[in-house]
Design a protein around this ligand. Sequence first.
Ligand SMILES: CC(C)(COP(=O)(O)OP(=O)(O)OC[C@H]1O[C@@H](n2cnc3c(N)ncnc32)[C@H](O)[C@@H]1OP(=O)(O)O)[C@@H](O)C(=O)NCCC(=O)NCCS
Length: 189
Amino acid sequence: MKRFMEIKNGEKILIRHVKESDTDGVWNNFNEVVDEGIYLPVFFPVRSLFEKQSWYDTLKRNKEICIVAINPQLKGPQAVIGQCEISNLEWDAANHVGRLGIIVKNAYRDLGIGYLLIDTAIRESKKLNSKEKIILSSFLNNERALNLYQKIGFKKIGVRKKQFNMESKYFDEILMDLWIDDYLKTSKP
Ligand SMILES: CC(C)(COP(=O)(O)OP(=O)(O)OC[C@H]1O[C@@H](n2cnc3c(N)ncnc32)[C@H](O)[C@@H]1OP(=O)(O)O)[C@@H](O)C(=O)NCCC(=O)NCCS
């Protein structure tokens, strides 16, 4: 699966499944968001090669989905400008459910890349992994992410009040889900 798409600034990007050579780029993006300190309930960046490689090995072993956005003008880890993962849940009886996580590099936000990543990841997780429902959670104050999730059709399931504490401030967590067949009825590939 490969999709060449035009984003809102007129540039062309490539959307495809992750490769082992993307691992550093994926983790650089994750660490950048950890450093931003407002979007993920994580305090420490991931630096160890072992952790990065284990992530990739586990993803492949479990046949989980990770879709990346690539800037074809760039080389090496820099070329990976965003990623969307749909992972399995820990429960045997929830094989039909995937958990979504997404990151787009700061300089590339608000260009429609998040939408393209989620759209592709949802379609691929049904096709390759027989997922039926996608769940996610986010900080309730992450307006950009919520706007995107709602635009795609995710519905609010509930709010966990004061679920996170970062630098002595509490943050609420919103839980959302989406049935893939409902999404496919209303969206064009
Ligand atoms: C959330 C994220 C993945 C979205 O990716 P993206 O490529 O920026 O998303 P898109 O450009 O497809 O869509 C963003 C939408 O939100 C809108 N938006 C931007 N800022 C907004 C705000 N403060 N309030 C409401 N909407 C906002 C944009 O206008 C756009 O809507 P439109 O397409 O209707 O114009 C990305 O911004 C990101 O990585 N953020 C930091 C990490 C993060 O929050 N990850 C998710 C954790 S749950």
